[in-house]
Design a binder for this molecule. Structure first.
Ligand SMILES: N[C@@H](CCC(=O)N[C@@H](CS)C(=O)NCC(=O)O)C(=O)O
Length: 281
């Protein structure tokens, strides 16, 4: 598995890099950003994958969230992949919420998306193997988190792959994609009209269908988020978890909107949540 270095910069004593590789899951060149703190020079470290939201590449989180300072302090490797396959030969849509930049962390079954839009397999299988091979990671100490569409991805991957991801958290996540416009649009296109086939990619449905995690799932949500009532609806996931006995904390924050200033405000607490759980691994 070859990794091409696009850039590497010293940052808080560690290295912030951007890399690309030929992905077998998507059949495209995929980019990712990786921060390795100074401690990684001498020891294997716990790591967190961060999944971004609609319209993002690997860059938005890397330059806007301010995660490196906290990751350096906590001794965490942080990996941020792109949100979809890209390229001139990859299907796309002019809308920001479908196609390139909007992979929704599913393995598409429908035309024209199915050949490349395989972000579930990419994040569940290929990415963990790639980073374990190339960076100083402690086996078994991998967490997953995300924002908005990426929060949806983190919750789904965390619920379906508890043996692979030892900690899960989400910022302003889409928690019930089958019940909101962003999700129904994407799932209709990528997965077709049979809603039963959407359930493995819907965090609320997964909890209803018996998926559980042994650890607490942390969610933070801004109350001034313009997408809250229509697309995000954290109360749906909280209610499903309450009925199922799944531990979840939804922290609501007055005045915060959907953007990266909210992510930057909470990123330290989220990385600490992961560091504490991954320390036990
Ligand atoms: N571009 C969309 C909004 C998309 C959006 O808010 N994306 C969020 C994730 S869902 C984001 O992180 N955007 C990139 C950024 O703020 O850097 C719009 O026109 O309404």
């Amino acid at each position: 598995m070859g990794l091409r270095t696009i850039s590497e910069s010293r940052c808080f004593g560690g290295v912030q890099g951007t890399y690309s590789h030929a992905s077998t899951a998507t059949g495209t060149e995929m980019r990712l950003s990786v921060f390795v703190p100074e401690q990684g020079r001498s020891s294997a470290l716990p790591a967190v994958i961060y999944l971004s939201g609609l319209s993002c590449t690997e860059e938005n989180f890397t330059v806007k969230a301010g995660a490196q300072r906290w990751a350096a302090e906590l001794g965490l490797v942080v990996i941020a992949p792109d949100t979809s396959p890209r390229g001139p030969n990859v299907a796309d849509d002019p809308a920001y919420d479908l196609g390139q930049g909007a992979g929704f962390y599913v393995d598409a079954t429908e035309s024209p998306w199915a050949p490349h839009f395989r972000m579930y397999s990419y994040v569940a299988e290929e990415l963990p193997a790639l980073i374990a091979d190339k960076f100083p990671l402690r086996p078994g100490a991998l967490g997953i988190m995300g924002h908005s569409m990426g929060g949806h991805g983190a919750l789904v991957l965390g619920l379906r792959e508890p043996g692979k991801f030892a900690s899960v958290s989400a910022l302003a996540p889409i928690v019930a994609p089958s019940q909101v416009p962003w999700g129904t649009k994407a799932f209709s296109a990528y997965l077709g009209q049979d809603r039963q086939l959407w359930r493995p990619y819907d965090a609320t449905a997964l909890v209803e269908d018996g998926h559980r995690r042994p650890d607490l799932i942390r969610i933070d949500q801004g109350e001034a988020d313009k997408f809250l009532g229509e697309h995000l609806r954290p109360e749906l996931f909280a209610a499903a978890c309450a009925r199922a006995g799944q531990a979840v904390e939804v922290h609501r924050h007055a005045g915060y909107d959907h953007g990266y200033f909210f992510v930057a405000t909470l990123i330290g607490e989220h990385l600490r949540h992961h560091a504490e759980l991954l320390a036990k691994r």
